[in-house]
Ligand binder design. Structure first.
Ligand SMILES: Cc1ncc(COP(=O)(O)O)c(C=O)c1O
Length: 466
């Protein structure tokens, strides 16, 4: 039963994820599978792990799968298998979990960060091409929040420049792009089985999938001390194996993955339905993309206030991720500064992940949506407007009392906007009104971004702060 009358709340009414709820639905099967491994004492590179590798490769529509101890290891070992390391550059997205970049760094290579597409939050394909240098060896697109990156265009760039592509599919088990599974597009792909993922173990785990037998064999050795046969070490490898016990659990869960992903899709559709008039920016799928809906990420002004409001109603939320990688202290040596990747920075300020998992009940979604709508009615300045090709833009307070103003164009179609450049709004309907920026307005809150649709530069307004 869902109710929002109990306050204060010890347990959230709507947890962000509910792994115990999932466990209850499969407990008997999981316990049976785990007991089998324990009885057989088959713990390391055991039969259940081999079976899981075969089944996961089949699921991903690839020839090979190699189980490793985490998603981070999966990325690193895939890079190492292609002999990528010191002196090389690997292009990836600034808006991702830091593990993508860490895995690159751990090989000795340098992560070269680029911005993301404002519609899907996946790597900005045009920016990849601009970042290529003679040292570039690979591209790692991230299927962020479960939404696949534009793999066909990325592959074309990679082929033109003879680069490897390694998909970070750590959030995208079961997603598809143009009919093909996320993870099956590239030279090798990495998956994570961290407990909260769409396919999660009861501990850490990961997998590399590939169609290249030579690479699969090399990763099998890399994860196992570099040995080809017992005590014969061809190179200096690691101990990075997937536990057989985890593989046994994951075999059980894999049988449910499609239906769990379907439930997530239904939940996303319900959020859409209940929030479409609310004024928050909603996630959407690009044409030909099927997301795994790992996360349901909205965009809104006054994000932290909304987060607090939801917490007071018993709704737990997340922020994925509050600091883009180029602004993390761990990567200060890359020499980036605020403003280098405006879309990623804008996301970091305004994104909010709502509860999303297969077992989420309709009434819980209604409760979350009602709380969001109540907040938005009280704080209309947190609203977003749709600019063609730039989904999530905020508009200035002077326009907020008017119905449906949309940014039409800026006074000058150049990236050098100043206080004196008026903005034109398509408002009132059928009309057009110029709006000058007040002197208090910081131009750093205003960015130009190329639209995905027309390629023209369009203004992306940040949250207005007086
Ligand atoms: C996009 C992305 N890449 C890489 C990783 C790293 O996976 P793991 O935590 O299994 O090392 C994660 C998971 O947390 C992730 O979300």
């Amino acid at each position: 039963m869902c109710t929002n009358t109990l306050m204060p709340l010890k347990q959230p009414l709507v947890p962000f994820v509910d792994l115990a709820a999932q466990y209850r639905t499969i407990a008997a099967e999981v316990e049976q599978a785990a007991t089998r491994v324990l009885r057989e004492a088959d713990y390391i590179l055991g039969r259940e792990m081999k079976r899981f590798e075969q089944e996961f490769a089949l699921f991903c529509e690839t020839k090979y799968a190699v189980g490793v101890d985490s998603g981070t290891s999966a990325i690193e070992l895939a890079l190492r298998a292609y002999e990528i390391g010191a002196g090389h550059e690997v292009i990836t997205a600034a808006n991702s979990f830091i593990a993508t970049s860490l895995a690159i760094s751990h090989t000795g290579a340098t992560p070269v960060l680029v911005d993301v597409d404002p519609r899907t939050y996946t790597i900005d394909v045009a920016a990849i091409e601009r970042a290529i240098t003679p040292r570039t060896k690979a591209i790692i697109p991230v299927h962020l929040y479960g939404h696949p990156a534009y793999m066909d265009r990325i592959q074309q760039i990679a082929e033109r420049h003879r680069l490897f592509v390694i998909e970070d599919a750590c959030q995208a088990h079961g997603a598809r792009y143009r009919g093909r599974r996320a993870g099956s597009w590239s030279h090798a792909s990495a998956f994570s089985f961290y407990p909260g993922k769409n396919l999660g173990a009861y501990g850490d785990g990961g997998m590399v999938v590939t169609n290249d037998q030579r690479i699969a064999q090399r990763i099998e050795m890399l994860r196992n001390y570099g040995q080809q046969e017992k005590y014969h070490h061809l190179f200096r490898g690691y101990n990075r194996r997937l536990d057989t016990l985890q593989a046994a659990v994951l075999r059980v869960k894999l049988r449910y993955l499609e239906s769990w992903n379907e439930a997530r899709r239904r939940n996303a559709a319900l959020y859409h339905k209940f929030l479409k008039e609310s004024g928050v920016g909603l996630p959407s799928e690009a044409e030909d993309a099927t997301s795994s809906w790992h996360l349901y990420v909205i965009r809104v002004g006054h994000r932290d206030a909304l987060r607090e409001h939801l917490a007071s109603r018993g709704v737990s939320t997340g922020v994925h991720y509050p600091i883009p990688i180029h602004l993390q202290p761990a990567y200060h040596d890359l020499g980036h500064k605020v403003g280098d990747f405006p879309v990623s920075e804008s996301c970091a300020r305004s994104i909010l992940s709502l509860p999303m998992y297969a077992e989420l009940a309709r009434c819980q979604i209604e409760l979350v949506a009602e709380a969001v709508r109540d907040f938005m009615s009280a704080r209309p300045d947190a609203k977003l407007v749709d600019v063609p090709g730039v989904k999530h833009a905020f508009y200035p307070p002077a326009m907020q009392s008017h119905p449906e103003p949309t940014v039409l164009r800026a006074g000058r179609q150049t990236p050098s906007l100043s206080q004196s450049s008026p903005l034109f709004f398509r408002w009132p309907p059928g009309g057009c009104r110029a709006f000058s920026l007040p002197s208090s307005f910081s131009t750093s809150r205003f960015r130009w971004v190329p639209t995905s649709i027309t390629g023209r530069m369009m203004p992306l307004l940040e949250r207005w702060e007086d």
